[in-house]
Design a protein around this ligand. Structure first.
Ligand SMILES: Nc1ncnc2c1ncn2[C@@H]1O[C@H](COP(=O)(O)OP(=O)(O)OP(=O)(O)O)[C@@H](O)[C@H]1O
Length: 714
C-alpha cells in the first residue's frame, strides 16, 4: 500500500535528499485502494521533481533517464535504477534489490499491458528539489525498545542470575565426567564414581529447577512487555485522525498488532539468553582451548562457517517476511469480511465465489509457506552438515590425541561433552540473529504508524474554550476526499449556522450532506476555505474540547457489545441515573428498556445484534442527549423509525434542541420542516436555502425533492 511513496523516497535518496515517508504519504494522498500513478506524480512535483508519466515499450525504457518508477504487474510500484548488459536492476519496496533478466523484466512490467507498452513515471530533479532541507525520521529505535525491558530490571536481573548459575552448573559437568573416567575408572574406585554421580544428579536437579524458574520469569517479562508495546500502539492509533481509518485496511492494522510479537520474542526470548550464550561460548571455548588448541581452532573455524552459512539466507528471509506480511494482512481482512458479510453472502448466494477468493489467498499463503520451508531446509541441511562434520573431525582429532598419549580418555569424554554443549549457545546466537531481523522489520512496521502525525500534536497550541459566539460559518469551502484524481465533493460552500438554531441539510443521495457533517466534526481538513466558530478557526480548537461539545448520531453509528447503560453513557465511569432517565425519555426508548428483565443492565450483542434498526437509532439518540452537548449533529438519525415514534421523538427533541446549535441531515419532510433554515445541496453546491415555507413556495428543487411528501401531507 505504501509502495508509491516508498519508491519516491528511494528516488529522492538517489538524488541525495532525505524526505520522510510520512510526508510523501501525505503528498501522495493514499486512499483505501492505495496510491495511483497520478498521486505519485503529483507528490513528485510538489517536492521539486519534473515528472512525466509515459506508456513506453521495453526498448524505449533503455533510453529513459534512470531511476524511474514503474507500474509493476499492474498492482505495485518499483524503481528501475540501472540497466546493464541486459540485466535490469530493480529496487522493490516489498522485496529489496533484485536483478532481472530482460525476459523476467518484461514479463513483470508488461503483465496484462496493452500493445506491449508499460507504464513508467520519469523523474528529473529541478533546482527547487535541492533547495529544501532534509527531513529526519524520528525513529523508535532499539534504545527506545530496551526501555521496555528496563522497567522490569528486577525480573531481568533474577533471570540473568538464574542463567548465570545454570551456566556454572554446565561448566562443572565436563570436569566431573573427566574425573569419573580418569580417577574413578582408572583407580577402579566405585565409591568415587558414586560421589560424582550424586554430584551430577544434584547438578541436573538444580538445572531443571532453574529452567522452571527461568520460564516463569520469562513469561512475566514477555507478557508485560507485550502488553506495553500493544498499549503504546493502541494509544498511538487513538491519536490518529479519523481519516486514517479510511485508508488503512482492518487486516493491515491487525497484522501489525500480531506482528509486534516478533519484537517481544526478540526482547525477552532472544536478547537475554543471547547474552548468556556469549558468556557460555567464551567460557567453554577457553576450557576447550585449555584441553587442546587444534580442536579449539577446528571449532572456531567451523563455527564461523556455520554463522556465515546462516547469514547467506538473511536477505531471502527478509523478502519472504515482507511478502508474507502482505498476504497475511489480506488474509485477515478477508476473514473479517467473510464473517461480517455472511448475511449478504448467503442472501446473494455467493458463498462459493467468496470461498474461492479466500482459498486463493490460502493458496498464496501456502506458496509462501513452501518457500519458507524450502529456505529453512536448505539452511538447516547445510548447517547440520557443517555441524556434524565438525563433530566428526573433533572426535577424530581427540581420539588420535588419546592414541598418541597427548590426551587422557577422560579429557576426550569431557571434550565431547563440551562440544555438545557448545552447539546450544551457537544455535541461540543464530536464533538471535534471525529474531533480530524479524524484530527489525516489525519495528519498521510499527514505526510507520508511530511516525504518523497525531490529530492533536503536542507542539501545536490548541484553544480549550469554545468561543462565546457559537455560530458556525463556513467560508468558500471546497473539499475532495484524499486520493489523487478525486473530484471535489463540496465546492465553494458559504454557509452560516446560527447559534441556538436548527439548520437542516437536504439534497439528493451523494450530494455531500454527510461530508459537511464530517468536516464540521473534523474528520478531515478542507483543502480550500475555512470553518469558523464565532471568529475562531475551528482548526485552532482542541479536538477533545470540540467533540466534548458535539452530540452526534451518524448513519453508521456504532453500538458496543456492552450493557444498555454503558451504551448510552459512553465514556462515563459512573453513569448519572437521572440523566439516563431523561435521555431514554427523549429518545422514546423508555418502555423498551423497562420491559427488559435486566433493564439498563441488559447486555447488547456485538454491534447491536438483537436490536431493531429503530431501537439502535433511539439508543444512539439517547447517547447524544445524555452527553448534553451544545452542538447536535444528526445524520438521518430517525429514518428507521415509524411515523408515530418519529413524531414523539421529534416533539421531545424540539424541546431538547432549545438553545442548542443543531444541524440535521434528513430526507424526511417531517424531520426538517420545523428547521429555522433549510439548505439544499445539489452536487456539492448550495442551490437553495430558506425556511420550509419559503422553499416550498419557490417551487424549485426543494419543492421537487419533497413533492411526494408535500402531496401526502396535503
Ligand atoms: N471516504 C470517502 N472517500 C472517497 N469518496 C467518498 C468518501 N465518502 C464519501 N465519498 C463520496 O462523496 C460524495 C458525497 O458523499 P456523502 O456521504 O457526503 O453524500 P450524502 O449526500 O450524505 O449521501 P446520502 O444521502 O446517500 O447519505 C459521494 O459521491 C461519495 O461517493
Amino acid at each position: 500500500m505504501d509502495c508509491g511513496p516508498a519508491c519516491l523516497r528511494m528516488v529522492s535518496k538517489y538524488h541525495r535528499r532525505n524526505i520522510k515517508l510520512q510526508t510523501l504519504r501525505d503528498l501522495c494522498e493514499i486512499d483505501r485502494e492505495g496510491v495511483s500513478l497520478f498521486g505519485i506524480s503529483d507528490a513528485a512535483e510538489k517536492i521539486g521533481f519534473r515528472s512525466l508519466g509515459v506508456k513506453i515499450s521495453a526498448s524505449e525504457i533503455r533510453e529513459a533517464e534512470l531511476p524511474c518508477i514503474l507500474h509493476w504487474r499492474q498492482n505495485h510500484f518499483v524503481v528501475l535504477y540501472r540497466i546493464r548488459n541486459k540485466r535490469y536492476y530493480i529496487a522493490d519496496p516489498g522485496a529489496g534489490l533484485i536483478v532481472l533478466s530482460e525476459i523476467e523484466f518484461t514479463r513483470n512490467w508488461l503483465e496484462m499491458a496493452d500493445n506491449d507498452l508499460g507504464i513508467a513515471l520519469l523523474l528529473a530533479p529541478s533546482p527547487q528539489f535541492y533547495e529544501q532541507d532534509d527531513e529526519r525520521e524520528p525513529n523508535i529505535n532499539w534504545t527506545f525498545l530496551m526501555r521496555y525491558l528496563v522497567s522490569y530490571r528486577k525480573l531481568a536481573f533474577q533471570l540473568l542470575f538464574s542463567l548465570g548459575i545454570g551456566s556454572l552448573f554446565q561448566l562443572i559437568t565436563p570436569f566431573l565426567t573427566q574425573s569419573i573416567v580418569d580417577v574413578g575408572i582408572n583407580t577402579r574406585n566405585l565409591s568415587f564414581v558414586y560421589i560424582i554421580i550424586i554430584a551430577q544428579s544434584a547438578l541436573i536437579v538444580g538445572r531443571v529447577s532453574l529452567e522452571f524458574i527461568k520460564s516463569w520469569i520469562l513469561l512475566h517479562i514477555s507478557t508485560r512487555v507485550n502488553i506495553s508495546i500493544l498499549t503504546d500502539f493502541l494509544i498511538k492509533l487513538m491519536k490518529l485522525p479519523i481519516s486514517f481509518f479510511d485508508s488503512k485496511m482492518t487486516g493491515d492494522i491487525m497484522q501489525r498488532m500480531s506482528d509486534q510479537r516478533n519484537i517481544e520474542i526478540f526482547l525477552t526470548g532472544s536478547t537475554l539468553p543471547a547474552v548468556f550464550s556469549m558468556f557460555n561460548l567464551l567460557v567453554f571455548s577457553v576450557v576447550l582451548a585449555h584441553y587442546n588448541l587444534y580442536i579449539f581452532l577446528v571449532f572456531v573455524i567451523s563455527s564461523f562457517l556455520y554463522i556465515g552459512w546462516i547469514w547467506l539466507f538473511l536477505n531471502q528471509r527478509r523478502i519472504l517476511n515482507y511478502k508474507s506480511f502482505e498476504v497475511m494482512s489480506r488474509n485477515q481482512s478477508s476473514m473479517v469480511q467473510l464473517i461480517n458479510g455472511m448475511q449478504e453472502i448467503k442472501l446473494n448466494n455467493c458463498e462459493q465465489q467468496k470461498r474461492w477468493e479466500w482459498e486463493h489467498i490460502q493458496a498464496r499463503l501456502f506458496k509462501f509457506n513452501v518457500k519458507t520451508l524450502a529456505l529453512n531446509q536448505y539452511q538447516q541441511g547445510g548447517a547440520t552438515l557443517i555441524n556434524e562434520g565438525k563433530n566428526l573431525l573433533i572426535t577424530f582429532l581427540s581420539a588420535s590425541a588419546v592414541i598418541h598419549g597427548n590426551l587422557t580418555l577422560g579429557a576426550m569424554v569431557a571434550i565431547q561433552y563440551i562440544v555438545g554443549q557448545l552447539s546450544t549457545p551457537i544455535e541461540q546466537m543464530l536464533a538471535f540473529i534471525q529474531d533480530f531481523q524479524s524484530a527489525k522489520i516489525s519495528l519498521e512496521r510499527l514505526n510507520e504508524i508511530h511516525q504518523m502525525r497525531d490529530e492533536e500534536p503536542i507542539e501545536k497550541l490548541f484553544n480549550h474554550l469554545i468561543p462565546e459566539n457559537k455560530g458556525i460559518s463556513i467560508n468558500k469551502l471546497t473539499f475532495r476526499y484524499p486520493g489523487a484524481g478525486n473530484d471535489p465533493v463540496l465546492e465553494n460552500i458559504n454557509l452560516y449556522i446560527p447559534q441556538g438554531k436548527t439548520t437542516a441539510i437536504v439534497g439528493m443521495s451523494g450530494s455531500g450532506k454527510t461530508t459537511i457533517l464530517k468536516l464540521l466534526l473534523r474528520f478531515y481538513e478542507p483543502q480550500e476555505g475555512d470553518i469558523k466558530v464565532g471568529n475562531q478557526l475551528i482548526g485552532n480548537i482542541s479536538y477533545k474540547t470540540w467533540r466534548n461539545q458535539c452530540g452526534v448520531v451518524m448513519q453508521d453509528g456504532f453500538i458496543f457489545s456492552d450493557s444498555i447503560e454503558k451504551n448510552i453513557a459512553v465514556g462515563d465511569e459512573h453513569p448519572d441515573r437521572s440523566k439516563l432517565d431523561h435521555a431514554v425519555k427523549v429518545a422514546n426508548i423508555e418502555s423498551f428498556i423497562s420491559g427488559l428483565p435486566l433493564g439498563f443492565n441488559t447486555k447488547i450483542g456485538a454491534e447491536g445484534n438483537g436490536l431493531s434498526q429503530g431501537q439502535k437509532q433511539r439508543l444512539l439518540i439517547a447517547r447524544a442527549v445524555y452527553k448534553d452537548p451544545h452542538y447536535i449533529f444528526f445524520d438521518e438519525a430517525t429514518n428507521a423509525l415509524d411515523a408515530n415514534n418519529e413524531k414523539i421523538i421529534m416533539d421531545n427533541l424540539t424541546k431538547f434542541f432549545e438553545g442548542r446549535t443543531v444541524i440535521i441531515v434528513a430526507h424526511r419532510l417531517s424531520t426538517v420542516s420545523n428547521a429555522d433554515n433549510i439548505i439544499l445541496l445539489n452536487n456539492g453546491r448550495i442551490s437553495e436555502q430558506g425556511t420550509h415555507l419559503q422553499l416550498a413556495a419557490l417551487k424549485g428543487e426543494y419543492y421537487n425533492l419533497v413533492k411526494n411528501q408535500l402531496q401526502l401531507d396535503g
